[in-house]
Design a protein around this ligand. Structure first.
Ligand SMILES: COCc1ccccc1-c1cc(O)c2[nH]cnc(=O)c2c1
Ligand SMILES: [Mg+2]
Length: 214
């Protein structure tokens, strides 16, 4: 039952996870997607790399590009210091609707602002909308062809400070070759590859961590 894969994930979470317990919601999504049907969450293996970066950066302002069902949104939000904010952008209304409900089940909606629309249209509005200046961490996990144009847009909108960390999912599978070439060759970034596996599968994937040098 459930008309879509995100809906089926939401139903499983509502039926099995403990309300208000983010770790039980994260585990429920992982067990459903590992055992019942695959879904494009960052997953538990790459999720541990994401957790480590969030804990190292201790960000006050975080931007996520690509919410999907809110899995990585939860992984980030549950580790944020008090007063920190996570803004997540999702193009697909249905995904956003499901993510809102999953975040609500986890009790994490107070730290998160979920905006629906094209990242290219929303990024230029963020400073004014949230009265903020620079992001400390950006998690890039949306359309692979948008990684590079949106990174350049973040630069143009003066949303990156010296030291801002960009963490990009799927740089090996499906791959983001133009993005990788840019962050690995531009003098404005210090880039490092974290090898891992595609969520729930024995397929190589990895995440690229790139520090903006200003
Ligand atoms: C729709 O393709 C699904 C798929 C199929 C094969 C391999 C990888 C992926 C994949 C994996 C991910 O973590 C992703 N993360 C964000 N946006 C994606 O489009 C995405 C795609
Ligand atoms: Mg991904």
């Amino acid at each position: 039952s459930g008309k879509s894969r995100p809906m089926r994930i939401l139903q499983y979470v509502q039926n099995t996870a403990v309300q208000g317990d983010a770790n039980s919601v994260i585990s429920a999504v992982d067990s459903y997607c590992a055992n019942v049907e695959w879904a494009m969450n960052v997953g538990d293996k790459k999720g541990e790399i994401l957790d480590a970066v969030v804990l190292d950066v201790r960000p006050r302002w975080v931007l996520e590009l690509g919410t999907y069902c809110g899995y990585s949104t939860m992984r980030i939000a549950r580790l944020l210091p008090p007063g920190a904010r996570l803004i997540t952008l999702e193009m697909n209304h249905h995904y956003a609707q499901v993510a809102k409900q999953i975040l609500g089940h986890a009790g994490l909606d107070s730290q998160v602002d979920l905006l629906v629309g094209a990242s290219s249209a929303l990024i230029p509005q963020l400073k004014k909308k949230f009265d903020m200046d620079k992001f400390d961490l950006v998690f890039i996990d949306h359309w692979k062809t948008s990684y590079l144009p949106d990174t350049k847009l973040l630069e143009e909108c003066d949303l990156l400070a010296s030291g801002t960390v960009l963490l990009a999912d799927n740089v090996t599978c499906p791959g983001a070759p133009e993005y990788l070439h840019y962050v690995r060759n531009s003098p404005r970034y210090k880039s490092l590859y974290f090898p891992s596996q595609l969520e729930y599968l024995r397929v190589e994937d990895g995440m690229e961590k790139s520090v903006f040098l200003g």
